[in-house]
Ligand binder design. Structure first.
Ligand code: PBG
Length: 334
């Protein structure tokens, strides 16, 4: 005992477990690996062309040949999953979004060429009509402006089968409407694609964080918003209900989106369900972190890894992120 009146007689000193880099590594609870990441990519028609996206510095829309070069870089870094999103020419959009299921369409062609060159790369395709729909909505729109639930499903099923035929590993229904997962599972099975997986965007919120993505694809809705299908950011319990339905209908993996503002939902979903949970660090999250880093307000390398680690810690097994390539480089360096 010391005479020091401020003497602390402590049994517990949690700092002991932080005393050195190696002790910290030993007790570290969460780790991030390139194998956890999915890299979303924006594709365009043509050859040897790339376009910058103002609100997403460092990300481009590119032709498939350029993408193949990038996939080689990803593979070298250990990022083994990509998710192509097509920017479709206005002239190919119509109110029935027919281009979505064209077997020779941009996405189908992309899947075919990526899988031919890199059979081991996991290709995850988006199943929603917004890039192909002249209305910019994820579903068909009635003359009165209603976003149609049941009428849209046939187009989605044809789209999913065309992606499976092209070789997609996962089809990823993202329109947040009802009954998609079961209908698409049936359509895939009936066409013989029992091995094509479904990653359901189960808890996708009507978020302001998708702005840069809609710039990238010029896919913003022409009228109205997406609040009758995407979830209210105020709701947490509803996410459990949505995920339960998709699991019931046969989803192989589910998603919470966006990620950072919804970590409570990621945690809850991963506590409730035993299937793998993914989370999408969306375009607005990417844009915010880039903007702060570009201003010198945040340390770019550290904030990238910290943001991804938080998503992993919240319970996501898989993280979709525009930082995938950069994060993999940082992880390699560590
Ligand atoms: C559309 C879709 C969106 C994103 C992925 N798929 C946009 C939307 O719902 O309007 C957003 C991704 C991002 O912001 O990075 N089905």
């Amino acid at each position: 005992m010391s005479n020091n009146p401020y003497f602390l007689d402590l049994t517990h000193r949690p700092r002991r477990n932080r005393k050195s880099e190696t002790v910290r590594a030993l007790v570290c609870e969460t780790s991030l690996s390139a194998a956890d990441l999915v890299y979303p990519v924006f594709i365009i028609e043509g050859e040897n062309r790339e376009e910058t996206i103002l609100s997403m510095p460092g990300i481009t829309r590119k032709t498939i040949d350029r993408l193949l070069m990038e996939v080689q870089e990803l593979v070298d870094l250990g990022v083994m999953a990509i998710a192509p999103f097509p920017a479709i020419d206005e002239s190919k959009k119509n109110p029935m979004a027919t281009e979505s299921a064209n077997p020779k369409g941009l996405v189908q062609e992309c899947v075919r060429r990526v899988k031919a060159a890199f059979p081991q790369v996991v290709v995850m395709t988006d199943i929603a009509l917004d890039p192909f729909n002249s209305d910019g909505h994820d579903g068909l729109v009635s003359p009165s402006g209603e976003i149609l639930n049941d009428e849209t499903v046939e187009v989605l099923c044809k789209m999913a089968v065309s992606h499976a035929e092209a070789g997609a590993d996962f089809v990823c229904p993202s329109d947040m409407m009802d009954g998609r997962i079961g209908a698409i599972r049936c359509a895939l099975d009936a066409a013989g694609y029992t091995n094509t997986s479904i990653m359901a965007y189960s808890a996708k919120y009507a978020s302001a964080l998708y702005g840069p993505f809609r710039d990238a694809l010029q896919s913003a809705p022409k009228a109205g918003d997406k609040k009758t299908y995407q979830m209210d950011p105020a709701n947490r319990r509803e996410a459990i209900y949505e995920v339960a339905l998709d699991v019931d209908e046969g989803a192989d993996m589910v998603m919470v989106k966006p990620a950072s503002f919804y970590l409570d939902v990621v945690r809850e979903v991963s506590d409730h369900f035993d299937i793998p949970v993914s989370a999408y660090q969306v375009s607005g999250e990417y844009a915010m972190l880039c903007a702060a880093a570009n201003n010198g307000w945040l340390d770019r390398d550290r904030i990238i890894l910290e943001s991804l680690l938080s998503i992993k810690r919240a319970g996501a097994k898989v993280i979709w992120t525009y930082f995938a390539k950069e994060a993999a480089m940082l992880l390699e360096r560590k």
